[in-house]
Design a protein around this ligand. Structure first.
Ligand SMILES: [Zn+2]
Length: 338
């Protein structure tokens, strides 16, 4: 039995999945192990290896059956998996600076390893959930969380870019001034840009930009009494329950996304758009409303462009590990291992 593994490494936890040749995932839900990333690469790589052993045993397979491993991590890292020499939030120990994640893990496990950043891995999972692994389709994914992650799958392959920044869609500028009812809104992103997708379409964007804008105009709202950081986290739940100010916050997000998707329609002419992340961990009614709002915000499309579907990405918690496993399956097929 030949299997590939997906290893989603975050700052605090590692999430695993296993995928067989029939493209069935052998692990349902989360299979986690502590990452200990703060303690540096040696300990963390050992944690990955130990956790993989546990995951394999749990799925009833031998570690020897794992022919390739897909790794994904938060960036910034090169397309090949070398962490930035300037360090990163999740891998702050000095020995991580410039560390080659992919090579380090391949050496540790004695198996071929593929690498994706976490957003691109999630995008690949979203793509696979619609098109499977053998297609030549193109999709654009957006994951709305604390920040805004995304990815482009072009003709079935992840666009990684020269320096690993391919698919960093959150920092693409959008014509945000055209969103109705937001005259004078501040749209500043942590990256230094004004008016990129993440500046509005992220939890951070709600806290820094959208919520302050609306609360200044509705000082009697219940969220106006709270600290913005706490208040921002309550917006989704309240919006889902129908609170009109909180719905306005998400309307702005959906409209920002509509403007962005319009740019992508004319850049890639994709087969599908996919939206995931915490923003859509809501009722079906809210999801449907949000999707409809995205559509509403897109400028008039040609008939054939208007038919491009917008999907909700399934399995949010396991998206990274699953996408990493799909990339490993490609590596195994190319290497004649599967
Ligand atoms: Zn930005």
């Amino acid at each position: 039995m030949q299997v590939v593994a997906g290893v989603d490494l975050g700052g605090t936890a590692i999430n695993y999945t296993l995928l067989n040749q029939q493209e069935e995932f052998l692990i349902e839900g989360l299979c986690e192990h502590p990452a200990l990333a703060k303690q540096g690469p040696e300990l963390c790589l050992q944690q990955i290896a130990d956790g993989l052993q546990i995951a394999a045993e749990g799925a009833g397979i031998s570690i020897a059956d794992v022919v390739a491993v897909g790794l994904d991590t938060p960036g910034p890292a090169s397309a090949a998996g070398q962490l930035s020499a300037r360090g990163s939030t999740n891998f702050a120990h000095p020995r991580w600076a410039g560390f080659d994640m992919r090579e380090g893990l391949a050496h540790k496990l004695g198996k071929p390893v593929s690498y994706l950043n976490d957003a691109n891995a999630a995008a690949l999972w979203g793509h696979y959930s619609i098109f499977g692994s053998n297609g030549r389709e193109t999709s654009i994914s957006i994951v709305i969380g604390t920040g805004n992650g995304g990815g482009i799958i072009l003709d079935g392959n992840v666009v990684k870019g020269k320096n690993g920044f391919g698919g960093e869609l959150g920092h693409v500028l959008i014509p945000y001034q055209s969103i109705a009812g937001t005259n004078g809104i501040k749209a500043e992103c942590n990256c230094g840009r004004t008016g990129d997708l993440e500046s509005l379409c992220s939890l951070t964007g709600i806290e820094k930009n959208i919520l302050p804008y609306f609360l200044a105009r509705h000082p009697g709202h219940e969220l106006a009494k709270m600290d913005l950081h706490q208040a921002a986290k309550l917006v989704r739940g309240l919006a889902d329950q129908g609170d009109s100010l909180c719905r306005e916050v998400f309307r702005v997000q959906a409209h920002a996304l509509g403007l962005f998707f319009d740019e992508m329609v004319n850049t890639f002419d994709p087969d599908a758009f996919i939206v995931g992340g915490g923003a859509l961990e809501t009722s079906k009614e809210f999801q449907d409303w949000f999707m409809e709002q995205i559509r509403t915000a897109m400028p008039i499309q040609r008939e054939e462009q208007a038919a491009i579907p917008i999907h909700v990405m399934p399995n949010g918690d396991t998206a990274g590990a699953r996408g990493a496993a799909i990339e490993a399956l490609k590596l195994a097929k190319q290497g004649g291992l599967a």
